[in-house]
Design a binder for this molecule. Structure first.
Ligand code: FHN
Length: 480
């Protein structure tokens, strides 16, 4: 439902194309936009405190946990190199057979406070918990399904325990909910017959009841993240996705909702048929980042990226040798790269069936956490600086503070910085270190010396900047 308010296009709408997951059509000039009932509810970024908190958090921990942690990528003695959370499909297992795993559900080592403590130690400001993945198994005792923790031998309300621990630990909780549900007899991939439509409407009622149930049982959550919305059946029900977003925002004022929920009147997803973002942040950057040139110049919305450790795994898989596994500094660079382009980054862990994390994930949390606790001021509450990207690393900005996050120190030991017109660098200080020399070396160019005592690993330099005095520049601008 498009709010009835006048769009003031402050500047000409620049034509832009995005290489996001769902290629976005060029936005039409405002006077040619088509009327949509279920398109974007607003232009531009949300500016309320809850959205600012989402934005300032910058770094979150995704947790994919469910029955697939028991099967761990193996079925009937065969190990599959597909995502373990997709094993039911990869191994062609019927919902009835898959759900026999419920008898083996025993999260004996699950300790919500330990999960929260690990997330905080890692420097994550929020946890994104999968409440129900595509297989339909619910980590909360849903009254609308027979496939929940309540029907397992242990019966613990995982979502409830984590919500309590997050509230007590001062960390935000986002809930992931897969609309796609392989266990439900009324799910349809497409709507070919009237019966399909009748069944799928029953399914949408079921999903709405579960979503309402989650928002009612766990009102301290700050975000709802929807997945499994790519099938044709769902995209013909854009009205429902708009209704769900409005329902959640009425139930939990301030809650944020990702773009992946939405489809418009014509089935356009994430971005409506006028090229405007639906939901509160773009959630299509999965295992990839926006192009730092094409996307960055024109990104006028909030966004969140998603990084797995083994490229191909979200849930627990017993054999990580089947996939490349990112190192801690590779993951750290994705977090920093995202923030440097004005986005959030979520790193995914897939706990073991018993609720403990594997050693590689604990090591990842330690390395990233050590860095974040030392240099987090260059990440949290920071945004796209608008300064030229250089090979040595990334700029982020917080108010008038500009940060240099150095991943690739050059042999010259000089970090070249292009400053905006009229700006000069007055001081450069290594975060948790000493001041370092800066020198103006060309028109709008400064060199910042790498600190004489070079820190171990990626490091941060904080710049103080000022407007240049109104006098002739030391260096002339090239005449071309
Ligand atoms: O199939 C899921 C996958 O298991 C995981 O949940 C990701 C998270 O963004 N979403 C789907 C793949 O895009």
């Amino acid at each position: 439902m498009k709010n009835l308010f006048t769009y003031f296009i402050a500047t000409a709408v620049s034509a832009f194309t995005l290489n996001a997951q769902n290629p976005v059509m060029r936005p039409l000039p405002a006077d040619q936009e088509i009327s949509l009932r279920y398109g974007a509810d607003r232009l531009g970024k949300r500016q309320d405190p809850a959205m600012q908190r989402f934005r300032d958090n910058r770094f979150g921990l995704f947790i994919h946990w469910g029955l697939y942690a028991i099967s761990a990528g193996e079925w009937n003695g065969k190990i599959y190199n597909t995502p373990s959370s997709f094993l039911q499909k990869s191994a062609k297992i019927s919902p009835t057979e898959w759900m026999t795993l419920m008898e083996k559900w025993n999260p004996e080592k699950f300790d919500a406070k330990k999960w929260v403590d690990m997330a905080k130690k890692m420097g994550a400001r929020y946890i994104k918990l999968v409440t129900k993945h595509h297989d339909g198994f619910c980590l909360w005792p849903s009254a609308y399904s027979q496939y929940t923790v309540a029907q397992t031998p242990v019966k613990r309300d995982i979502v409830g325990e984590l919500a309590k621990a997050c509230k007590e630990g001062g960390i935000d909780l986002h809930l992931y909910y897969s609309i796609l549900d392989w266990s439900h007899p009324d799910w349809r991939y497409s709507l070919k017959t009237h019966e399909d439509t009748i069944a799928f409407n029953r399914f949408l009622n079921f999903a709405e009841n579960q979503i309402k149930e989650l928002a009612t049982r766990y009102p301290t959550i700050t975000d709802f993240w929807f997945d499994g919305t790519w099938d044709e059946s769902f995209n013909k029900n854009g009205w429902w996705s708009a209704h769900i977003e409005k329902m959640l925002k009425d139930m939990i004022p301030g809650i944020t909702v990702n773009s992946r929920l939405r489809a418009d009147d014509y089935g356009k997803r994430h971005f409506d048929s006028n090229g405007h973002l639906m939901g509160d942040y773009e959630s299509g950057y999965e295992r990839k980042l926006p192009d730092p040139v094409k996307d960055l110049k024109i990104t006028k919305w909030d966004w969140e990226g998603y990084t797995t450790l083994p490229e191909n795994q979200w849930g627990y898989h017993k054999d990580w040798s089947l996939s490349y596994v990112k190192t801690p500094y590779e993951v750290l660079e994705r977090i920093v790269h995202a923030v440097s382009m004005g986005g959030n980054m979520v790193v995914n862990f897939g706990p073991q069936a018993d609720g403990d994390f594997r050693p590689e994930e604990k090591e990842m949390a330690n390395v990233i956490g050590n860095w974040m606790h030392k240099y987090g001021e260059a990440v949290y509450g920071c945004d796209y600086a608008g300064w030229t990207k250089k090979d040595w690393g990334y700029h982020t900005r917080k108010g008038n503070d500009i940060y240099m996050i150095v991943f690739n120190p050059p042999y010259s030991n000089k970090l070249n910085v292009i400053v905006p017109d009229g700006i000069k660098i007055t001081k450069a200080t290594a975060v948790k270190g000493e001041e370092t020399k800066t020198e103006e070396v060309a028109h709008n160019e400064f060199n910042v010396n790498i600190p004489s005592v070079r820190p171990e690993g990626p490091f941060v330099i904080k710049l103080q900047i000022q407007q240049k005095e109104d006098k002739p520049d030391k260096y002339f601008k090239a005449l071309t």
